[in-house]
Design a protein around this ligand. Structure first.
Ligand code: ZN
Length: 46
């Protein structure tokens, strides 16, 4: 038995896929893919 619930993970705000973050995590939650893409965008800005 386990009292952990898989649905406690937040969905990615960009692609709606499940993330590794808990649903009550403050701020924007991104899946690893979107997180990587966001990092690339940030790195390329300017
Ligand atoms: Zn995503």
């Amino acid at each position: 038995m386990s009292d952990r619930n898989d649905e406690a993970f937040a969905d990615c705000v960009q692609c709606a896929k499940p993330t590794e973050y808990p649903a009550d995590r403050p701020g924007i939650t991104l899946c690893p893919v979107c997180e990587w893409q966001e990092a690339q965008r940030t790195a390329c800005s300017g």
